[in-house]
Design a binder for this molecule. Structure first.
Ligand SMILES: [Zn+2]
Length: 107
């Protein structure tokens, strides 16, 4: 299920669970973003939703690996690598710079 809400102020999209993706209305038709969120649903299916969220919130390496995989999918669906590297570097509390993020998003 995909829902849109303006209450999502901190991100363009959020995968809540294996069954729920929330998008900000300004990104409702962003198919590359949706592919990113669907990748997170697949990650949740691999380890379980609660385990995914626990590790995502407490383990920087897991969070980084999860986002790198999701951004690679987003790029494969047409998103710009430079934009994705910017988001990856500036969000998610990974403490990496843009060039590191850009390198992580290469094939
Ligand atoms: Zn993500």
């Amino acid at each position: 299920m995909i829902r849109t809400t303006r209450l999502l102020w901190f991100a363009a999209g959020l995968t809540v669970s294996q069954r729920l993706i929330v998008l900000h209305p300004t990104h409702a038709n962003d198919t590359a973003l949706l592919a990113h969120e669907r990748c997170h649903q697949a990650q949740m299916a691999r380890v379980g939703t609660l385990t995914f969220w626990w590790r995502y919130l407490t383990d920087k390496a897991f969070r980084q690996a999860s986002e790198v995989e999701a951004y690679q999918v987003q790029i494969a669906h047409g998103a710009k690598r430079s934009s994705c590297a910017c988001y990856l570097a500036e969000n998610y509390w990974l403490h990496i710079d843009y060039s590191t993020a850009y390198a992580l998003l290469k094939d």
